[in-house]
Structures are given as structure tokens and as C-alpha cells.
Design a protein around this ligand. Structure first.
Ligand code: NAD
Length: 507
């Protein structure tokens, strides 16, 4: 998609998105296209082709050809492309945020934040000349034998993204992959492919060598073709746990590097000494921001002992201020969920929770928004008296639903969190350093918040995740990304005394 086309697109003209392969926009010859719908209005805003394995093959071959020369482009020159990309992204923050809201439904403020984090990842990757340095030791392998480890790229990488962060997640990988001298193919989520189409319109303006970055639209068939392709060296995946697990296993079976981030069930613990007025806005944002469709969303609230009643009452009072609607409206604080299927799944989870014995305190139904009868709106929902055996406690709901599970002690909370299969994030609200330290050091969880509801790592830190929330070793973003996209080559070097004779004793 060319940048100039975004205006047309956002006015409702429906076009079928194209792929960007070998430096060109190429229409897919897929027989199947899916409708991309604005989840707030139900309108079709684009169609996305389900590209074929043959099209994946062409993209991979082009990326592999590009790799032959791109790997030798000096790191500083590679970084300069990223400086220009950064400036183009900054110049188009508003266009991109608008597109994210149209395709995903989150508020403009949330969308802008996600574009900002994408930009920050580009900024971090521009440090490549320093960050890609290896290390060496004179006489490291013996007298007159030097040893060094250099970092080198590996080849073609592919990134596969989920629907919930159309702009941000691809940038956990893309800038690092190309900065380190690899070439990269992105497959966005077929539910939200528009903002990346716009990004590739900006990438086109960089005039990078063709094939360094490519965009291929599609679904599981594209994912599997990328994993199975012998010229693809590594896979970066973010999505639900069952798919992450399958992608991890399939990639490993082909001997590939793989990082696969999965789903989440994040818990927020409120200690009796927590400052309630500071806790509540954090909890509301964590549970209902982006309609609960963040992998760092707070899904279970565990008040400890006497914290239960005051937290519950303050939450109920403050939830009244959540304003549902179209995220393009600046007064709206919570948008729709992604699809009618997601809405049905979330309502079913609430119904099951109530059947299991949870107490419904607020919400629980689909919401009718006057101007948007076809939007996928679910009321912000609060349930109490949830117990560890209930499905509400263990399943990822990925909607605006917060379950209160009261516990007696911090120990109980830690035991529950560690018994959960997911290990993406957990937060504690307390004034006690000792309690916070106990929480942090005992939990097998990737991202910990202390008096922070959504502990989202900055671009220069890895985006954590443990147990069923992450399969692999190296995470997205930051130093982990530089490690994932490079290999260490060790060189042991010596020069014989005789070489002096050969040089004619000129030194
Ligand atoms: P999803 O697993 O349905 O899809 C993710 C990607 O995988 C998409 O590009 C999709 O086309 C592809 N895909 C779907 N089914 C596939 C299959 N059978 N084989 C191969 N590829 C397949 O996830 P989603 O619904 O788009 O995203 C929401 C999920 O992502 C949630 O579970 C959320 O917690 C998770 N998530 C995790 C993180 C993290 O950092 N851990 C970040 C964001 C989202």
C-alpha cells in the first residue's frame, strides 16, 4: 500500500492488500481472501489474500538473494536506513495510530503508544555498530595465538505476528533482524494487516536493496511454508500458546532458531498496605485497557486479607467511568474486542464462571453502542469469589473481564501464580520492600510489576515470558534480539615466524 492510499482506505474504499516481495508490490494470486473488518463498526475495510506456499517460496528466494550482499553492507550503513525509517515513522505516527484503531479497535491513545514502542525498537537497533561488536583476546589461545569471537548474521528470518499489537510486535524483530545483516519476511496477523501494509509503504521509500525486507499476507499455510522452507534460518513468533507450541516444535524439527511467545493469565496481587487510590487506576488500565486484549492484561486480581473489600468497592466505583465506543473518538476509554467470535468466546467464559459459582458484580453482557450496532462490544466485567479450580482462574480470556480471587496470605498468591501454566506477567501492589522482593524472587514469571499494572519492557529490555507463555531461550527486543539474530563465530589466529622470511624482512 502506498502512503497516499491511506486516506482512501480510511474513507472506506475496500482494496485487496498486496505483498511486498523483492522490493516490489506484488498482488497475490491466492484464490481465497478474507475480509478485514473494523471491530467497532463491523465494516469491511480491506481484504487480505491468503497467499500460497509458492508465493512464500518466491519471497524466501528473493530474501536469500538479498542476504548474499546485505550481510556485507557495513553496519553503520545498515543503521542509516533505520535512522531514515525512524524519521518516516515519526512523521506518520498519527496515520499509523489511526490505522491501528480502525483495524484493531483500541483507543487512539493506546494505538499511538504502540506506534511509539515500534519506533523505540528502531531507535535501539540503530545502535548496531556498537551492539554487534564481538570480543577478542590477544594471546588468548596461547603465546602469539590470538582469539576472537565475532557476531555474524545467519540468513533469512521470518516473523509471525498476533492481532493484538499490529504495529508493535513486528518491531520486536524486524529492525534487529536487518540491522544485524539478516533479511526478514513479515507475516502480519490476517485480522489486522493494514498498518503493516502502510509501514511497508514507508520501507519502500528507503530504497533498500530489494528483498531485504518483505511482507507476505496470509494465515497458517503461510506460517507453515515459512517454517518448512529450507532457506529460512529462524522464526520469531508471537500468538496464542497452542500455536506457539506447534510453531516451536515444527521449527525445531527443521533445526531452526525459534523464539515463540504464547498466551498469558496475568495476576495482580494487592497487599493490605497498598495505597488503594494508586492501585485502582493501574488495575483498571491493566484489566480493561485495549479491552483486555493485551498479553500483559491483568486478568486475575488477588487482594490479600483485608485488602479485599476496599479494592472491590473502589473498583466497582471507578469502572463506572469507563466509556465504551469507537476508539477513534477521543473521549472513549475502551474499544471493542476483535471479532464476533472473540465476543462470543468471552461471553461464554463469563457464563461458565457464573455457573461455576463466581459472583458477577458488573458487566457480563454484550454492550449496545448507539452509533455502532454492529460493533463487537463487551461490557467491562468484574467477578468476585473466583477460586483456583474455576476456568475463570486458569484460562486466558483475552477480553475485558477481571476475576477477583481473594486470598489470605502472599504465600497463597505465590502458590497459585506458580501453579498456573502461564508465566507471562505478575504484579504486586504494596508498600513493603520485603513483600515485593519475596514476590519477585519466588515467581517463575517473565515480567514482574511492582506497583505497576502493565509491566511492559522498554525496547532496550527483553520482552520476558516463562513456562507456557514462551518457548525458546532468547526473547524479542533489546540485547536478546541482537543475540537471537546473530551467531558467534570464533576465530583463532596465528602467524608463523617464517612469514617474516617470505615478506623479505621488510618489517
Ligand atoms: P493466534 O495464535 O491465533 O495467531 C497468531 C499468528 O499465528 C497469526 O499470524 C496467525 O495467522 C498464525 N496462526 C494461527 N493459527 C495458526 C496455526 N494453526 N498454524 C500456524 N500459524 C497459525 O493469536 P492471536 O489470536 O492473533 O493473538 C492473541 C494471542 O497472542 C493471545 O494468546 C496473546 O496472549 C498472545 N500474545 C502474546 C504475547 C507475548 O509476548 N507473550 C504478545 C502479544 C500477544
Amino acid at each position: 500500500m502506498k502512503v497516499s492510499e491511506v486516506e482512501v482506505l480510511t474513507r472506506g474504499s475496500v482494496q485487496t492488500l498486496t505483498n511486498f516481495v523483492d522490493g516490489q508490490w506484488v498482488p497475490s494470486n491466492a484464490s481465497e481472501t478474507l475480509a478485514v473488518r473494523n471491530p467497532a463498526t463491523g465494516e469491511i475495510v480491506a481484504r487480505v489474500p491468503m497467499s500460497t506456499p509458492e508465493e512464500v517460496d518466491l519471497a524466501v528466494r528473493a530474501a536469500h538473494r538479498a542476504y548474499r550482499t546485505w550481510q556485507h553492507v557495513p553496519p553503520l550503513e545498515r543503521a542509516r536506513y533505520l535512522f531514515t525509517l525512524r524519521d518516516l515513522l515519526v512523521a506518520h505516527v498519527d496515520d499509523l495510530a489511526r490505522l491501528v484503531t480502525i483495524e484493531h479497535g483500541k483507543t487512539l491513545a493506546d494505538s499511538r503508544g504502540s506506534v511509539q514502542r515500534a519506533i523505540e525498537n528502531v531507535e535501539v537497533a540503530t545502535g548496531i555498530p556498537s551492539l554487534m561488536m564481538g570480543y577478542g583476546l590477544t594471546n588468548g589461545a596461547g603465546r602469539d595465538i590470538d582469539e576472537e569471537a565475532v557476531r555474524r548474521p545467519l540468513g533469512v528470518f521470518a516473523g509471525i505476528a498476533p492481532f493484538n499489537f499490529p504495529m508493535m510486535v513486528p518491531f520486536w524483530f524486524l529492525p534487529y533482524a536487518i540491522a544485524t545483516g539478516n533479511t526478514f519476511i513479515l507475516k502480519p496477523s490476517e485480522q489486522v494487516p493494514m498498518s503493516q501494509a502502510f509501514v511497508f509503504g514507508l520501507i519502500e521509500q528507503l530504497e533498500m536493496p530489494p528483498g531485504v525486507v518483505s511482507l507476505i499476507n496470509g494465515g497458517p499455510d503461510v506460517v507453515n511454508a515459512l517454517i518448512d522452507h529450507p532457506l529460512v534460518r529462524g522464526i520469531s513468533f508471537v500468538g496464542s500458546t497452542p500455536v506457539a507450541k506447534a510453531v516451536y516444535a515444527r521449527s525445531a524439527a527443521h533445526g531452526k532458531r525459534v523464539q515463540a511467545a504464547g498466551g498469558a493469565k496475568n495476576v495482580m496481587v494487592v497487599m493490605p498496605d497498598a495505597l488503594i487510590d494508586k492501585v485502582i487506576p493501574n488495575v483498571i488500565n491493566a484489566a480493561f485497557g485495549s479491552a483486555g486484549q493485551r498479553c500483559l492484561a491483568g486478568s486475575v486480581l488477588m487482594p490479600v486479607g483485608p485488602a479485599h473489600e476496599p479494592v472491590r468497592d473502589a473498583l466497582l466505583e471507578n469502572m463506572k467511568h469507563i466509556r465504551m465506543g469507537n476508539g477513534l473518538n477521543p473521549d472513549v476509554t475502551m474499544g471493542p474486542v476483535i471479532s464476533p467470535a472473540a465476543k462470543a468466546r468471552i461471553l461464554q467464559a463469563i457464563e461458565q464462571g457464573v455457573a461455576d459459582g463466581a459472583t458477577l458484580l458488573a458487566g457480563g453482557s454484550e454492550a449496545r453502542i448507539d452509533d455502532h450496532p454492529n460493533g463487537n462490544f463487551v461490557e467491562p466485567t468484574l467477578l468476585d469469589d473466583v477460586t483456583p479450580e474455576m476456568s475463570l482462574a486458569g484460562q486466558e480470556i483475552f477480553g475485558p473481564v477481571l476475576s477477583i480471587m481473594p486470598v489470605e496470605t502472599l504465600d497463597d498468591a505465590i502458590r497459585y501464580i506458580d501453579s498456573n501454566t502461564f508465566g507471562n506477567a505478575a504484579s504486586i501492589f504494596t508498600q513493603s520492600g520485603a513483600a515485593a522482593r519475596e514476590f519477585q524472587t519466588r515467581l517463575d514469571v517473565g515480567n514482574i510489576g511492582i506497583n505497576i499494572g502493565v509491566a511492559a519492557p522498554m525496547a532496550y529490555f527483553p520482552f520476558g515470558g516463562a513456562r507456557e507463555s514462551f518457548f525458546g531461550t532468547l526473547h524479542g527486543q533489546g540485547r536478546d534480539a541482537f543475540d537471537f539474530f546473530t551467531d558467534r563465530q570464533v576465530v583463532i589466529r596465528r602467524w608463523f615466524e617464517e612469514s617474516r622470511e617470505h615478506a623479505g624482512k621488510h618489517w
